[in-house]
Design a protein. Sequence first.
Length: 156
Amino acid sequence: MTLSIGFGILSICLFIAWIILRPMFRQVVEDVHVDHARTLFHQQREWLEARFISVLSKYDAAEGQRWEAAQWHDEVIWARDRQTRCLLALVCVHFDPGQFEDFAGRRHATALFEFRKGHWCVDGKSLDEMRPDEAIGRGQRFEEVVVTQPHPRRVG
């Protein structure tokens, strides 16, 4: 009987420890995942942008040409989709207005790249008339991933 009570207490303690430590463990795993994904994104960025345009061109040639002529920003905003928990790279893109467009301002959009199963996926998804910071600020769909810079190693 004493053994079963001890086993019950141990089980309860392990369960409580799991509840307390799980979020911290998940955060560490996500941080490692984000660092790896960022490295891969920067290594493959030109190819990913070209693939993005290629996917768009497959469905709409005019849209593909518009994105090919666009100016892609260097800055990447890292976010996570709240529903799928997938890591996203959001890149701002500016378009110069065409000669038949009736507004003088520059248009912008956000290209979305999704990190799934250890590699970057390009589906041609974008957010028209929205910058990456606006996509995160407006709302409910994306949450910003705060990236901490690793500390340089100290050699002693």
